[in-house]
Write a protein that binds this ligand. Structure first.
Ligand code: G4P
Length: 524
């Protein structure tokens, strides 16, 4: 059957899963791909998970695979929808790219380990989603294990993340005593360890089991009913509108490993997950997905770690229209056009060349060094740029020099290009003009070192100066150099803005007590 482009766009659901390492992101991704028929065996993604390897192995894996993008975007069909899951690398792969990926999605799923609750990396990623005002769906995982009390977890979401929550379902027991979930949304109970349609039990008007069932004798069932009553009376009301704005997170309980509650989650999620959304330009004009003209922006550039293939892949989130192979696009920043022939789209298992992709989809463009992160690409005659992607506050710093001073020119050229590309950030000390590199993840340094050697033929020396709390200054004119010290380095960023690098939060508070007039702020 022929589908119009409008139908195609409306069928897209593009999201990312955010979580702290080990919460179960890979496991649930496999299950989702499995339901979508994108993989036959729910063990395929796992074995390739880069986070399970040390960085040195990672380089090797990159080489073997050519490029590690096979899992960057995964697409599958479900219930007439085309679902795009964007990978947000964690573990040793955590980098600014992880944050930037969140700029390219329309919704996020937040995975939380029932025993660990809200963890640091989840908080960081959550903040980015919150800033964008996208819907956030919560999956509380590992219900087959003992964990925190569900009511306490709901409170934690509100207190730690500051987001209101609505329980779509509620666990009946936990760990070995996990009997299933009370599905408030679908008005039924889904039993654990029961397969097929038999696993669903109907509820009556009072919200209790309609037919006699052994579960009724369990105190966990009574407890769940009691909790639900409390939620009905004192909990938040469900509001689709507030979910859409990211003000209210629908919460689901389940177990990715035992595949419990995942399919129900997927189905409910797809009911509420938004279609591709409009994006603002620098002029604050909204570009609607259904506009005829193809447009998109580059949110990630992946370098090929294999020196035999110097090309890179620029990932584009399509904002409007449709992409066709062989089309010509303009990059307003460069006032240049490119004919796009070699475009690849990445599915779970195979690398496929895409012929057509529409708003909501992600495509990978081969790049020989032309594109930068944040670039707008346009298929027609218009000229505009999408609003800039945010810069993120780095947390790790190294001092960097060229091993061979004779290579200084290449060294500076390489750094400049890699910084522009968004691979790393740089800072300079005030008088000595020493160069510091800043990153959100250790991997960025390793990639930097590797690429400087392979692409610019410069060996670099990096001296670790550890993690720092970086803060920019609203009233720069009031800053005196004497305020800086061992625990508060004063440096300039690439735009010549002053930045304090504090040794830790304590040093920052101490500084603030001493210099209350200095107004510090962090980027995202
Ligand atoms: P991540 O991508 O978020 O880092 O997490 P991943 O899916 O790799 O899961 C981390 C660990 O948690 C894995 O165990 C995985 O099997 C386990 N896990 C995921 N979901 C559930 C669940 O619902 N219940 C239970 N009990 N465990 C779960 P591992 O021992 O690190 O890996 P493996 O050796 O078992 O593969």
């Amino acid at each position: 059957m022929e589908h119009s482009i409008t139908d195609e766009i409306n069928a897209r659901r593009t999201f990312a899963i955010i979580s702290h390492p080990d919460a179960g992101k890979t496991t649930i991704t496999e299950k989702l791909l499995y339901f979508g028929g994108a993989i036959r065996d729910a063990g395929t993604v796992k074995g390739r998970k880069t986070g399970k390897y040390a960085t040195s192995d990672w380089m090797e894996i990159e080489k073997q695979r050519g490029i590690s993008v096979t899992s960057s975007v995964m697409q599958f069909d479900y219930d007439g929808k085309k679902v795009n899951i964007l990978d947000t690398p964690g573990h040793e792969d955590f980098s600014e790219d992880t944050y930037r990926t969140l700029m390219a999605v329309d919704a996020a799923v937040m995975m939380i380990d029932v025993a660990r609750g809200v963890e640091p990396q989840t908080i960081k990623l959550f903040k980015v989603c919150r800033m964008r005002g996208i819907p956030i769906f919560t999956f509380i995982n590992k219900m087959d294990r003992q964990g925190k009390e569900p009511l306490d977890l709901m409170e934690e979401l509100e207190e730690v993340l500051g987001i209101e929550s609505y329980a779509m379902n509620w666990p009946i027991g936990m760990g070995k005593e996990f009997l299933g979930i009370y599905d408030r949304f679908n008005n039924r109970i889904e039993q654990a360890r029961v397969e097929g349609e038999d696993r669903f039990l109907a509820l009556n008007e009072d919200g209790e089991l309609a037919d006699t069932h052994p579960m009724m004798d369990s105190s966990y069932y009574d407890q769940a009913l009691e909790d639900i009553m409390l939620l009905n009376e004192a909990g938040n009301e469900f509001s689709e509108e507030r979910v859409a704005k990211g003000e209210l997170t629908p919460v689901f309980f389940g177990s990715a490993l035992t595949n419990f509650g995942v399919q129900t989650f997927l189905e409910t999620f797809l009911q509420f997950a938004p279609r591709p959304q409009a994006r603002l330009t620098t002029e604050e004009e909204a570009i609607n997905p259904h506009e005829e003209e193809f447009s998109g922006f580059i949110f990630k550039i992946q370098a090929n770690m294999n020196p035999a293939h110097r090309d890179r892949i620029a990932f584009v989130r399509i904002v409007s229209g449709a992409f066709n192979r062989g089309m010509t696009v303009t990059v307003p920043r460069l006032s240049r056009s490119f004919k796009l022939t070699q475009t690849t789209q990445f599915l779970a298992d195979d690398r496929e060349t895409v012929n057509e992709a529409v708003a909501g989809d992600i495509i990978g463009l081969h790049d020989t060094g032309n594109y930068q992160i944040g670039d707008t690409v346009i298929g027609g005659k218009s000229s505009f740029s999408f609003a800039a992607l945010p810069q993120f506050t780095p947390e790790l710093f190294v001092r960097v020099t060229a091993k061979n001073v004779m290579k200084s020119k290449h060294f500076h050229k390489g750094i400049l290009q890699l910084v522009q590309e968004g691979a790393i950030q740089y800072y300079r000390t005030l008088h000595t003009e020493e160069l510091l590199l800043g990153a959100v993840g250790q991997l960025q340094f390793e990639v930097f070192e590797h690429r400087m050697k392979n692409e610019y033929n410069v060996e670099v020396q990096m001296e670790n100066i550890g993690s720092k709390v970086a803060r920019w200054i609203h009233n720069e004119a009031d800053v005196k150099e004497s305020m800086a010290g061992q625990r508060a380095m004063l440096v300039k960023d690439r735009y010549d803005k002053l930045v304090f690098l504090f040794e830790n939060d304590f040093a920052m508070r101490w500084f603030h007590d001493r210099n209350p007039e200095i107004e510090l702020y962090s980027l995202l």
